[in-house]
Design a protein around this ligand. Structure first.
Ligand SMILES: CC(=O)SCCNC(=O)CCNC(=O)[C@H](O)C(C)(C)COP(=O)(O)OP(=O)(O)OC[C@H]1O[C@@H](n2cnc3c(N)ncnc32)[C@H](O)[C@@H]1OP(=O)(O)O
Ligand SMILES: CC(C)C(=O)C(=O)O
Length: 523
């Protein structure tokens, strides 16, 4: 085990609430911002950029409240290079135990042209605004926006001016995600070598992910001497997003052999924060997202499953517990092999001889060809005596037609196959989903209560697939069902029926109140 205590510290600056919130559609409520800030503070984030106080009264109120509540983190407010913005940012952060003002201006030729300032005029503006900020607060961060497309000589010149005017952190933004790792490192090295006073301040890196290199560029900057990484949870941020906090923090932990730097982050809080940010921002984390994607610790292919069962390190470079994920799933599907099937069944309390396992394996593969994911209940059904020759589902939706719209009543006409026999009914309801669910209830009476009903669009557009998940509860037994279809009503009905089929299996396997555990693989 490496002793990291003596390693140089890299500060983690989280901008989920400022740059992250700039993701189109990611607006968070006041309460949500306070909650996320509280979690970031608890996790050990060094600096929280809580917002852009001049942008709106809402932003001002959130930054002020976060500043008052923060226990450990420095609270930072963003400001353009003008006195009004800077004063407003100070008003918002000044009650923090540790306040910071972050002021910026675009220094590249393209950005200098917007306010129509020449190099000298811009240099003067930087001097004046940074000096003004420093008169208010002794913790000042300055950023030359679009630094990676700024002429190197001019970048050195303005960084020197900002340091002389009192900036304590100089952030080098790759605003448009344009740089690549060697260049990112080169810029930091150049500034450290050429700018007088550079060794007395902290250099930060703020990368965007337009070319998918934000994490690599941030780590390269650290290797070259940057000691603050700006990042967001789940990589949220303008356009393709920012450097993902979870990626840089875990990279520094996992590759501490070649990146010998420490952070103050309690990595076991990562997963929870990722889920909360995803929920409050409405930005679903892609399943294959590094570290926090739902597949990041899931092994579906037989060879991988066999490997992790024998030695988890064969296919995992970090432990799920390190990010606060205590269990991980082995997803049973068409690519799974015998080793995984045996392990899953063992968790369900089923031990089979080799020949029995082979039989079950053949039927499991046939089922997996028809179902995207094979659930615990499906496996239980596969091996049970009464269903040995029948992997078909007890309830099947055969036909559904709905009539809905502005004029009521909403009506559903359904044919449901129950244990191989077709049954038909028409029902009305409060909306088409309610009418369809009513048909199922009439044809297959049950006392299960709908606890959760969730609809997600898989893609954009009106032809997008809807994925629906439902959770039912009956006598303490809880089952979930899900389905996807381009028709939301069909997906909803199938998800409901899917849950009922699992409930039927569950009823046969457990007494009321005695819920079976979810099949999971503990690494
Ligand atoms: C790279 C980044 O992420 S930078 C941060 C970007 N974030 C945001 O813009 C989110 C919040 N922004 C807002 O709410 C609004 O844009 C506001 C309130 C800041 C300004 O709104 P408005 O006054 O209507 O200006 P508008 O948004 O149309 O244009 C931006 C103005 O800021 C100026 N500006 C942009 N950057 C800077 C800067 N660093 N320093 C000084 N002025 C700047 C522009 O030149 C433009 O000025 P102009 O109106 O005189 O031409
Ligand atoms: C304000 C600055 C740091 C920024 O967000 C960027 O340049 O991307």
């Amino acid at each position: 085990m490496t002793d990291t205590a003596s390693q140089p510290r890299v500060l983690i600056f989280d901008t989920t609430l400022r740059d992250g919130e700039q993701s189109p559609g990611a607006t968070m409520t006041h309460e949500e911002k306070l909650e996320i800030a509280g979690l970031l503070d608890e996790m050990g984030v060094d600096v929280i950029e809580a917002g852009f106080p001049i942008a709106s009264d809402g932003d001002f109120a959130a930054v002020s409240e976060i500043a008052k509540r923060a226990k450990n983190s420095t609270i930072c407010g963003l400001a353009r290079a003008n006195l009004r913005d800077i004063d407003r940012a100070w008003e918002a952060v000044k009650h923090a135990k540790s306040p910071r003002i972050h002021t910026f201006i675009g220094t590249s030729p393209l950005h200098r042209a917007i306010p129509n300032l020449d190099m000298d005029q811009m240099a003067e503006r930087i001097h004046d605004t940074v000096s003004h900020a420093r008169n208010l607060c002794d913790n000042i961060q300055w950023s030359p926006m679009d630094a990676t497309r700024t002429e190197p000589d001019y970048l050195c010149r303005v960084v020197e001016i900002a340091i002389k005017a009192g900036a304590t952190t100089i952030n080098i933004p790759d605003t448009v995600g344009y740089t690549y790792p060697m260049e990112s490192a080169k810029i930091i090295r150049m500034l450290l070598e050429r700018v007088p006073g550079a060794d007395e301040i902290i250099f930060a890196t703020h990368c965007h992910n337009d070319l998918g290199m934000a994490t690599a560029n941030s780590l390269a900057a650290v290797e070259a001497g940057a000691r603050q990484i700006e990042c967001t949870i789940n990589g949220l941020g303008e356009r393709a997003g920012n450097t993902a906090l979870e990626e840089v923090v875990m990279a520094l932990r996992v590759r501490n052999d070649i990146l010998p730097f420490r952070t103050g982050i309690d990595t076991t809080k990562i997963m929870h924060l990722s889920r909360r940010v995803s929920t409050v921002s409405g930005f679903v984390v892609q399943p294959n997202k590094a570290i926090v994607g739902k597949n990041a610790f899931v092994h579906e292919s037989g060879i991988h499953q066999d490997g992790v069962l024998k030695n988890v390190e064969t296919f995992e470079i970090m432990k799920p517990e390190h990010i606060g994920l205590t269990v991980k799933n082995i997803a049973m599907g068409k690519h799974s092999g015998r080793a995984a099937l045996r392990a899953k069944l063992k968790e369900l309390g089923v031990e089979l001889a080799d020949n029995q396992l082979n039989d079950v394996f053949v039927r499991f593969k046939a089922l997996a060809d028809r179902k995207k994911e094979v659930y615990d209940e499906d496996l239980v059904a596969l091996v049970s005596d009464e269903q040995t020759n029948d992997a078909h589902e007890f309830l099947q939706l055969k036909k559904l037609r709905v009539i809905c719209g502005t004029e009521g009543p909403n009506e559903a006409e359904m044919t449901l196959t129950i244990d191989g026999v077709d049954h038909q009914i028409d029902c009305t309801g409060d909306g088409p989903v309610d009418a369809a669910f009513m048909c199922v209830k009439q044809l297959f009476p049950h006392s299960a209560r709908l606890q959760v009903y969730q609809v997600h669009a898989v893609t954009e557009g009106t032809d997008a697939q809807a994925t629906v998940s439902v959770r039912l509860e009956e006598d303490g037994r809880i089952v979930t069902g899900s389905s996807a279809d381009t028709d939301t009503i069909v997906a909803s009905t199938k998800a409901y029926i899917n849950a009922l089929n699992r409930l039927i299996v569950r009823r046969q396997k457990t007494a009321p109140g005695e819920d079976t555990k979810t099949v999971t693989y503990h690494g």
